[in-house]
Ligand binder design. Structure first.
Ligand code: MEV
Length: 437
């Protein structure tokens, strides 16, 4: 390990790399080459990426794939997916085709509301505070008009301001709990700017008010920040078809498949160990589209998992049931995403992905992302309750194993053919390569 470095961020990119190679890679020139070979030859494109974050030394690629043939409410989409896991795009494309032949995906928006909170400490009389907040609420909104004006023109803005008394959980702790609409932007900067300004005004008004004693005036703003938990900013996607139309592998009747599928979801609803993996499968689809469209996947992940635990126990995000003779499968997801702002106009591949999707509005993109999650969950469960997951997964992983074992182009071709009918494993591929030099 190296000793601490001072002023690292002030050094040039080359100096940073030189320092890293000297202190962490024993001056290995190969390590330097690895970092530099991912630089873009277009200097201005590279500069754009350098400027996204601090201390950029190179680019970290993820494959960008596409899953075509998604029929969503009768419209056709090709969905961009940025992800490293081999089987995800293939599974999405397969599910899109499957449901495209059975009426497609139906979606709706259940809400668009975002949340922000000012957390503060007030040691005085609760009734006085309540009365005071209701009196200054309107003024507070007027005070941030310069921030909210443009958002209001786009149909967004502050929807409500509510005082929440949290003193039963933490002594003297209160919140101003605000709801926002942020139109097509994710809204983080807008919400946080409003909150920070409102917090200043709140403190000022309390200090000026004659109804409070000197001790009561001394409110402490602990922090002002949006919440990534957005249980009222939700998209819903569903599929439905007569059980008779389900296409099932041999050995299982259509009804038995439908019932087994429903049971698998019921297990994920009840059993947290299974629910986490079940939901991880959903997030395979969700994150891939969230990343390809330049959105904040950490925010989406945090919000989605909180939503999965909203009833006190971590549970499945999706639901499956049999309604008469129909098989039904649905998913609701809280998604705070945007189609303007952030990276959307900056990152060329994000712009490209948005264009591929027909430059959707934020609510349209929420529905597309939700469909990607449902499709992924369908693909995983369909395999899990029939052939198992490994068959398809290892087939898609074959190329990774071949690359790891330095297979030639010719060997790859032969192996792909051979493993169409043979189970893929690391040792089986190694044996194959040894027998087919
Ligand atoms: C793997 O990335 C995702 C799955 O484990 C999801 C699931 O078990 O439902 C296959």
């Amino acid at each position: 390990m190296s000793s601490p470095v001072r002023g690292f961020s002030k050094r040039s990119k080359q100096e940073k790399i030189d320092w890293l190679i000297e202190h962490h890679f024993h001056n290995d020139t190969l390590a330097k080459q690895v970092v530099e070979q991912y630089w873009n030859s277009d200097a201005s494109l590279q500069q754009l990426h350098d400027d996204f974050i601090e201390n950029t030394i190179s680019n970290f690629y993820l494959p960008l794939g596409v899953a075509p043939n998604f029929n969503i409410n009768g419209q056709h989409y090709t969905i961009p997916m940025a992800i490293e896991e081999s089987s995800v795009v293939a599974a999405a494309a397969k599910a899109a085709k499957y449901w495209g032949e059975r009426g497609g995906f139906k979606t709706e928006i259940l809400g668009e509301e975002k949340i922000g909170q000012i957390h503060f400490i007030y040691t005085g009389d609760a009734h006085k505070l309540k009365q005071f907040i209701s009196e200054i609420k309107l003024q507070l909104q007027i005070d941030v008009a310069s921030i909210t004006r443009n958002m209001e023109k786009r149909g967004g803005g502050i929807q409500s301001i509510e005082l929440r008394d949290k003193t039963s959980s933490i002594e003297h702790y209160y919140q101003l709990h605000l709801t926002f609409l942020t139109a097509d932007s994710m809204g983080a900067n807008f919400i946080n700017s409003c909150l920070e300004e409102l917090a200043k005004r709140l403190k000022h008004y309390v200090q000026e008010a004659t109804i409070f004693s000197a001790a009561e005036k001394d409110i402490e703003i602990v922090m002002s920040i949006l919440s990534n938990y957005v249980p009222n900013c939700v998209a819903r996607a569903s599929v439905r078809c007569p059980i008779e139309e389900l296409d099932v592998e041999e050995g299982l009747s259509k009804r038995a498949f439908a019932e087994k599928f429903v049971r698998a979801v019921a297990i994920a609803k009840e059993e947290p160990y299974r629910a986490v993996t079940h939901n991880k499968g959903i997030m395979n689809g969700v994150d891939a589209v969230v990343i390809a469209t330049g959105n904040d996947f950490r925010a989406v992940e945090a919000g989605v998992h909180a939503y999965a635990a909203r009833n006190g126990q971590y549970s499945s995000l999706s639901n499956a049931f049999i309604d008469g003779d129909d098989f039904c499968f649905e998913l609701s997801l809280p998604l705070a995403i945007g189609t303007v702002g952030g990276l959307t106009k900056l990152h060329p591949l994000v712009k490209w992905s948005m264009q591929l999707l027909g430059n959707p509005s934020a609510t349209e993109l929420m529905q597309i992302i939700c469909v990607a999650g449902l499709a992924q969950n369908f693909g995983a469960l369909r395999s899990l309750v029939t052939s198992g997951i490994q068959k398809g997964h290892m087939k898609m992983h074959l190329l990774n194993i071949l690359n790891q074992l330095n297979a030639s182009g010719d060997q790859k071709e032969k192996a792909t053919e051979y493993f169409k009918t043979t189970a893929v494993s690391h040792s089986a591929v190694a044996d194959f390569l040894q027998n087919n030099p």
